[in-house]
Design a protein around this ligand. Sequence first.
Ligand code: FES
Length: 168
Amino acid sequence: MSQDNNNKTPVWKSDFPIKQDESTLISRRKFTKLLCLLSGGLALGTGAIAIKSVACPRARIGGEYFVCEASELPVGGMKSSIIINDKTETPYILIHLAEDKWRCFAQKCTHLSCSVLYRPDMKKIMCPCHEGAFDPETGEVLQGPPPRPLPQISVIVREGKVYLTDKA
Ligand code: FES
C-alpha cells in the first residue's frame, strides 16, 4: 500500500479526509428523533389540509360557484386562476365581455397547457407560449397550434353576483 512519505498517512486516507470522531457527530438516537419530528410535521400538515378541505369545501362544478360581485369586474375585465374543483385543480378565467355578456374558460391552453390570458385590446384570449389565440365568445381556436377550443363553463349573474355553473 502506498503512503505519504512525510507523515506515513496512507494515500487513501488523504483522499477521504473525514476523521472517525467527526463521522459520529449525529448519533442514531438523534437521527431517529429527527426522522420522527419530520414525519410528525408531515402528518400534521396533511391532517390540517384534510380538515381544511372538509371544513371549507369548494363548490364542485355541478352546483354553483360564487366568483365575485359583478361590480368588481368592469367590461373588458378578467379574473384569472379561479379554482372550482379541488380534484382537477384546473384554473379558469372569467371574462366580462360586454354589459350582459360573461364567459368562463379553462385557463390551460389546449396545446401544451400554458396559461392563457384575455387581451381586451386584441379581443382574443392569447397563449404566450406559441402565440395561440382563442375566440373569447366561443373559445374556438383563432390561430396557432392549439388543436381544440378551450373548455367552457356557463356563467350566471344573479342579484349582482357572478356564479359559475354547468347547469345552464
Ligand atoms: Fe399554447 Fe402552445 S401552449 S400555443
